[in-house]
Design a protein around this ligand. Structure first.
Ligand code: CA
Length: 229
């Protein structure tokens, strides 16, 4: 099997070097970019399997680049881990809302970062394409990674796709944040329970144009339920 390609988007040469060293040592291929423009150039040359994205970049910020990546059909499924010196809860939520799937605060431990990279790649590894799932007027195809509502395409990031897939195959049941973390992020997850709320919000926003955001229901004190009734 080809080793995964990881694109590092980081403008500080010392950090870029440290990341490249650790990632290469772990057996992955490394691509490097120092800003958004060179990141897009790299992506056009070779599609990475994961992007490590620094928040503070010269010119276009990491947050804006994450949004661009999510808006582009070719890159919307690439998992993004955001790197940042900013550890505030508010920033964390903003980073996740921009489209990142995970978040690491500098200074980071290379060991923890590598564990997160591996966990993320495992979560996004191509699985045996499951069968198309239908719930209400929604249809989800794991093989093509497409979701449609009455035939209209619904655009989802990779985590929201997994979340919706889980919900559509487990309708009407209530799941706590901890249970959803376990199911969607896996036991290797480092993410906090609040992260679930961010992705629920993103899933609802994606379902809003087709007026199906109300299928994702908040059950006060318990968690969330996907209901087609
Ligand atoms: Ca930087």
């Amino acid at each position: 099997m080809m080793s995964a390609k990881i694109l590092i988007v980081e403008d500080e040469p010392a950090i870029q070097e440290l990341l490249a060293f650790n990632i290469t040592q772990a057996g992955f291929q490394v691509l490097c970019a120092e800003d958004a423009d060179s990141a897009w150039q790299q992506i056009r040359n070779q599609m990475p399997d994961l992007i490590l994205l620094d928040w503070m970049l010269p010119g276009i910020s990491g947050v804006v680049l994450a949004k661009q990546l999510r808006a582009d059909a070719h890159t919307k499924d690439i998992p993004i881990i955001m790197l940042t010196a900013r550890g505030e809860e508010r920033d964390k939520v903003l980073g996740l809302e921009s489209g990142a799937d995970d978040y690491v605060t500098k200074p980071f431990s290379p060991r923890e970062l590598m564990a997160r990279i591996r966990a993320m790649l495992r979560r996004h590894a191509p699985q045996a394409p499951g069968e198309t799932v239908a719930a209400g007027a929604l249809e989800l195809s794991p093989a093509t990674h497409r979701v449609t509502a009455k035939g209209i395409a619904v655009e989802l990031g990779p985590t929201e796709f997994r979340l919706l897939h889980f919900f559509m195959t487990h309708v009407e049941r209530v799941y706590s944040r901890a249970q959803l973390l376990d199911q969607i992020w896996g036991t290797q997850a480092f993410v906090e329970e609040r992260t679930v709320d961010v992705h629920i919000r993103r899933l609802r926003a994606a379902l809003e144009p087709v007026k199906m955001d109300n299928l994702v229901q908040t059950v006060r004190g318990s968690g969330y339920r996907f209901s087609i009734n």
